[in-house]
Design a protein. Structure first.
Length: 144
């Protein structure tokens, strides 16, 4: 299921102040990742994002799902902000996220979830929504 909103006619407008958002609820699992890539790729195309910006955000979402994805369904939302794209991914397995993102930093040569997110997105955080653990990712793609 996808839902989008945006301009006055309900369609997102490229680089506009109200460029919209898309929410996708899909079964968990690697077999469904191409659906996420398609949705995110469509938003990136509409916003004239560079390939590197799109690739960074896709990698962040895919790694989150691979390491802490839920057993049944996952909700992904992508929102255009004045400076880029905000993604929200969840619900995720709390213990995995707590250990990876809120625990002590691992050795600098270790390629773990925290290090990947620190490299490919500009900020990330953990939120609690209706009892579910959600990770917020921010990718800056332009000046405000």
């Amino acid at each position: 299921m996808t839902r989008s909103g945006g301009g006055s006619n309900g369609t997102p407008s490229a680089r506009g102040e109200d460029a919209g958002a898309v929410e996708l609820v899909m079964p968990a699992g690697r077999a469904w990742e191409p659906v996420m890539r398609l949705v995110l790729g469509g938003m990136a195309n509409r916003l004239d994002l560079r390939f590197e910006e799109l690739d960074d955000l896709q990698l962040a979402v895919e790694r989150l799902l691979a390491e802490a994805g839920p057993p049944d369904t996952v909700r992904l939302s992508f929102e255009v902000t004045p400076t880029g794209i905000r993604a929200r991914v969840g619900p995720l397995r709390e213990q995995v996220i707590a250990a990876a993102l809120q625990g002590p930093r691992g050795p600098s040569e270790r390629l773990d979830l925290r290090r990947i997110l620190e490299t490919v997105v500009d900020s990330f955080g953990v939120e609690l929504e209706d009892g579910d653990l959600i990770v917020r990712l921010e990718k800056v793609t332009r000046s405000p």
